[in-house]
Design a protein around this ligand. Structure first.
Ligand SMILES: [Zn+2]
Length: 263
């Protein structure tokens, strides 16, 4: 599922390929990917507009349109992704929305399971507020993280994944961050001491930073990370313990019982 690093990679892709280009036409292949906006309205909002910039908040990607015409909003659900074509003839089975650009170029939102959202907003900050999204996980400094977690209750992993508290972190990166911070996924968030919070912030920042630099590709991440070792029978590269798996909030959680003790 696309999490913050994946969406940041999409943002850079969109920025690189589509900024400066005019959207000629929008075709919605399956309207179930639109939420609260009709294909007609989406098309009317976007057609003839030029993409002039990009912005990301958590897992949400926004493309700014020229002349203050608003923003295209993209959320990728479980498996959404973007595809840019310079010759615009490579139609695929899971193409859900197609943005025809100038000169026969094309941007395609594809998704098999269609749990994402393609939308429009006049005001990104209002959008973020309406969707009850917390602060973007990557841009938070340590004090910001302390504020976001202050007064919260519950298991650490569940809190990290709660988009209303912190936007951007999902199942896979929550595990990685906690592994690197040496904190148990079920540790109580209100029981964290100062040193643990400091480690959490450092790990969070490092994991997001390096993952984006690696193109959010697990194959390119350090072998010492948990990400390449999220499977049965894997061993912790730090202490040699068998990587454990538990269920938290219905999701598989991988962690090292040796390094991530529940205090
Ligand atoms: Zn370990």
């Amino acid at each position: 599922m696309p999490e913050l690093p994946d969406v940041e990679v999409f943002r850079r892709y969109l920025q690189r390929h589509a900024t400066g280009q005019r959207i000629e036409d929008v075709s919605v292949g399956d309207r179930r990917i639109l939420h609260g906006i009709s294909p007609h309205r989406l098309s009317r909002k976007l057609a003839r507009a030029r993409i002039v910039g990009t912005r990301r908040h958590g897992k949400t990607l926004l493309a700014a349109l020229d002349a203050n015409r608003g923003f295209l909003v993209l959320h990728f659900g479980m498996d959404g992704r973007l595809r840019y074509e310079s010759d615009g003839d490579g139609g695929g089975r899971y193409d859900r929305v197609r943005f025809d650009l100038e000169g026969g170029r094309r941007l395609v939102y594809e998704s098999k399971r269609m749990l994402g959202d393609v939308n429009f907003t006049d005001d990104p900050d209002a959008w973020i507020q309406d969707h009850a999204l917390g602060p973007d996980a990557w841009t938070l400094d340590e004090a910001g993280l302390r504020r976001a977690l202050g007064g919260r209750r519950g298991g650490l992993k569940a809190v990290l994944m709660n988009q209303a508290i912190l936007a951007g972190i999902g199942n896979v990166y929550a595990d990685e961050i906690l592994y690197q911070a040496k904190l148990h996924p079920e540790a109580k968030v209100d029981g964290l001491d100062d040193a643990s919070l400091g480690r959490l912030h450092r790990a969070l920042h490092k994991v997001l930073e390096k993952s984006v630099a690696a193109g959010a590709d697990p194959e390119k991440m350090p072998r010492t990370w948990l990400l390449p070792n999220r499977h049965e029978g894997a061993r912790c590269r730090r202490c040699g313990s068998a990587i454990g798996r538990i269920k938290t909030g219905g999701r598989s959680t991988y962690f090292c019982p040796g390094c991530q003790k529940k205090r």
